[in-house]
Design a protein around this ligand. Structure first.
Ligand code: FMN
Length: 323
C-alpha cells in the first residue's frame, strides 16, 4: 500500500494542482471519471497573511463528494508559511497532506523568491519544510522541479534527500527546469536520481497525456506514482484510461463526440452550481472549459469564435447542445 506519512493513498495516480483550473467543478468531473485523489488549486500564503481570506475560502471550497483532497501552499517565509498552513487546516480540516510549492516558474512568483526560486535558495526551502512538518498534524510534502536553470540529476537528488531529512513525507517532481516552463522533454533520469536518493514516495509529473506516457514515466524513473495535469483538461477520462491500462493493459477508445458533449454539459452545469463569480465571471469559466473540450477537434477555431461571444449560462448550454 502506497503511503504518504501515515496516509494511505487510494491510487498512485493523482490529479495535479493547477492554478486557475482544478476548482471544485473540475475536480468533480475528474472524480466521476476515475480521479481518486485531487488537489485544490494552490493557495498563496500572502493571500492569508495579507487578509485576502475570501479568496482563500473560494479556493478551498469543497463538498462531501470531493474527497480525498490535498492542498498546496506557495510562499517563502517559514513563519508565514506555517501561519498559512494552519489557516488552510482551519478551513479545510480534512486534507490528506499539505504540499509546499517549490516548482512554480511564473515570473511574479520568482520575483518574490518563492516557488521554483526555492531551488536556488535551498536553506529557505528546508527551513519551511522543517517548520511546517514540526507543527502540522498531517504529512507535509514538497513539489520540486528537476532544477532551476539546468538539468543536474546529482544536484536535485541531493536537494530531494535534504527535503526528506527536513521532514518531507513525499516528493512530487515536475521533470523540467524552472527555465523550461511547460515545454520541452521530461528528464526521466533526474526523476530517477531523486527516486534513488530518498526513501519517501516520489511522484513524477510532466507530459502525461496518455496511459502509455504514464507507464513510461513509471517504468523509466521507478517513481511510485504520477501526477496528471494538462492531460486532464477537457479529457477527464484520462484517469480511468491510465488505471485500466496499468491494471490489465486494456487500451482505450477515445469517447465519442456525444459523450464528450454530455460531460462538457455536466461541467458547465457544475460551474453554474458551484462557482460564485457572478454571471460574467462564471461564463468566463465556462468558456475556458468549452475550449478545453474542443481542443484538437475539427472546426475548433470556428467554434471558439462563437463561444467567445456567448454571454449567459443558458446560451452556453444551448451552444454546446447545438455543436
Ligand atoms: C495552468 C497550469 C497551472 C498550474 N498550476 C500549478 C500549481 O498551482 N502548483 C503546482 O505545483 N503545479 C502547477 N502546475 C504544474 C502541473 O501540476 C504539472 O506539474 C505540469 O503541468 C507538468 O505536467 P504536464 O506536462 O503533464 O502538464 C500548473 C500547470 C498548468 C498548465
Amino acid at each position: 500500500m502506497l503511503k504518504i506519512g501515515s496516509y494511505e493513498l487510494p491510487s498512485k495516480i493523482i490529479m495535479a494542482p493547477m492554478a486557475g483550473c482544478t476548482d471544485l467543478p473540475f475536480r468533480l468531473i475528474a472524480r466521476s471519471h476515475g480521479a481518486k485523489l485531487c488537489f485544490f488549486e494552490m493557495v498563496d500564503c500572502n493571500s492569508i497573511t495579507y487578509g485576502a481570506k475570501k479568496r482563500v475560502r473560494t479556493i478551498l471550497k469543497t463538498i462531501e463528494d470531493d474527497s480525498p483532497i490535498s492542498a498546496q501552499l506557495l510562499g517563502r517565509d517559514p513563519s508565514k508559511m506555517l501561519e498559512g498552513a494552519q489557516e488552510i487546516l482551519k478551513i479545510a480540516p480534512n486534507i490528506a497532506f499539505l504540499d509546499i510549492n517549490a516548482a512554480c516558474p511564473a515570473k511574479k512568483v520568482i520575483k518574490k523568491k518563492a516557488g521554483a526560486y526555492l531551488l536556488k535558495d535551498e536553506t529557505e526551502l528546508y527551513a519551511i519544510i522543517k517548520k511546517i512538518s514540526a507543527h502540522l498534524p498531517i504529512p507535509v510534502t514538497v513539489k520540486l522541479r528537476i532544477g532551476y536553470d539546468k538539468n543536474d540529476p546529482a544536484k536535485i537528488a541531493a536537494i530531494a534527500h535534504k527535503c526528506e531529512a527536513s521532514g518531507a513525507s513525499a516528493i512530487f517532481v515536475h521533470g523540467r527546469t524552472q527555465a523550461k516552463g511547460y515545454s520541452g522533454p521530461i528528464d526521466h533520469a533526474s526523476i530517477k536520481a531523486i527516486k534513488d536518493a530518498v526513501t519517501i514516495p516520489v511522484f513524477g509529473s510532466g507530459n502525461i497525456f496518455s496511459a502509455l506516457q504514464a507507464k513510461k514515466m513509471l517504468d523509466e524513473t521507478g517513481c511510485d506514482g504520477i501526477l496528471v495535469a494538462r492531460g486532464a483538461l477537457g479529457n477527464p477520462w484520462i484517469f480511468e484510461e491510465i488505471e485500466g491500462y496499468l491494471a490489465g493493459g486494456q487500451t482505450h477508445t477515445p469517447p465519442s463526440w456525444s459523450s464528450r458533449k454530455s460531460v462538457l454539459k455536466k461541467h458547465i452545469i457544475a460551474i453554474e452550481k458551484f462557482k460564485d463569480h457572478g454571471p460574467r465571471g462564471n461564463v468566463g469559466h465556462m468558456r475556458k472549459a468549452v475550449y478545453w473540450y474542443l481542443k484538437g477537434l475539427p472546426l475548433a477555431a470556428k467554434t471558439r469564435e462563437k463561444v467567445s461571444l456567448v454571454k449567459s449560462y443558458d446560451k452556453m448550454l444551448q451552444l454546446v447542445d447545438d455543436l
